[in-house]
Design a protein around this ligand. Sequence first.
Ligand code: NAX
Ligand code: ATP
Ligand code: MG
Length: 360
Amino acid sequence: MIVKHGMNSGFSSLASSAVLRRQQFLIRSLRGYSDHTYQKRMEGMKCISGGASLEADSENVLRAIIPSLDPTGHKGQAGKIAVIGGCREYTGAPYFAAISALKIGADLSHVFCTEGAATVIKSYSPELIVHPILEESYSISNVDDEGRRYVSQKILAEFDKWMERFDCLVIGPGLGRDPFLLECVSKIMKHARQSNVPIVVDGDGLFLVTNSVDLVSGYPLAVLTPNVNEYKRLVEKVLGCDVNDQDTHGELLSLCKGIGGVTILRKGKCDLISDGEIVQSVGIYGSPRRCGGQGDILSGSVAVFLSWARQHMLATEGKPIISPQNPTVLGCIAASALVRKAASLAFEHKKSLEAICPAS
Ligand SMILES: NC(=O)C1=CN([C@@H]2O[C@H](COP(=O)(O)OP(=O)(O)OC[C@H]3O[C@@H](n4cnc5c(N)ncnc54)[C@H](O)[C@@H]3O)[C@@H](O)[C@H]2O)[C@@H](O)CC1
Ligand SMILES: Nc1ncnc2c1ncn2[C@@H]1O[C@H](COP(=O)(O)OP(=O)(O)OP(=O)(O)O)[C@@H](O)[C@H]1O
Ligand SMILES: [Mg+2]
């Protein structure tokens, strides 16, 4: 887990582990804000809307919400995350999301995927807990309508056994677009909502939500993390128009309000984050490489930071020491800042000599 700056020396042995050193390095790296070169680099990146800079104070957000390591803590307190995704085509995306949750500092990370994807994902890492419960249409092609209902109920029952243990679900990385599978995932989302489990919707989860906005509308514990294409489809569906690059701020506010109370993290040259009330941007210099998988890493990271921000909110009895005060927005700011900085460091390290493996 990332260790808070200025922790007392009782944690020094823990803090000497390689993982902690690496994570502390990331935090320290974020302090480079005042660096002149960095400032110059950032000049072209700042998101200006209506003349006002919206840049979030991400370093202080990170400091505030990252939990301290506590020797009395038990496994699970730093976060239990589940990724719902992984099908015939895609096994990388759910892996990147789930392993990122662990690397950020969550204690447990699960993946719910199809049977074929499960063996592959398990072979990437023994650290992930993989549930091969989802089915695609091809695997039940000989089954009649009643049989399909049975399979669907069985999937839901299997998922429900676990659901209330999770601090956050990530729905969509590498999910695919099979109609039967998406129908089951819709039911999973409805159950998560009834149980007030936060959800991060990404990748094909956004394809599902764009076609069934009701799944998230009016749910303040939902975060959508669209890329350029996914954002365009959402705007077209919800606002009924093309993306307006002249009023990014106003459009994002309208989109959040149009869907109803969700938080949106719009990925791009600058990441823009809004809950329909405020807009914040994270323009930390990232990587010029746009290889696949970086968004998956972000969605797993948002899940962990969102959970920590909610814990922070509880610990401060609803009076957090940081603003903005919406924990889903805080989680998005922290994740965006860390992932962009990590991308920048990875590029500095590897340059273009070899392809940047997102998980490295
Ligand atoms: N290794 C893996 O398993 C990966 C799987 N992925 C999964 O693949 C599925 C589909 O996600 P996609 O992001 O490809 O779907 P999208 O529908 O967002 O993107 C589809 C197409 O849009 C193009 N595109 C991207 N940015 C663009 C831009 N700025 N302007 C114009 N065109 C642009 C891409 O080249 C791609 O051909 C999701 O489930 C996702 O999670 C991706 O996350 C990538 C990695
Ligand atoms: N033009 C850009 N310049 C710098 N960083 C960017 C740019 N576009 C996206 N990013 C960053 O890259 C990360 C992934 O965003 P991206 O738009 O590539 O997601 P994605 O298409 O969903 O990725 P994936 O391939 O994992 O599905 C985010 O952290 C985002 O801030
Ligand atoms: Mg994506």
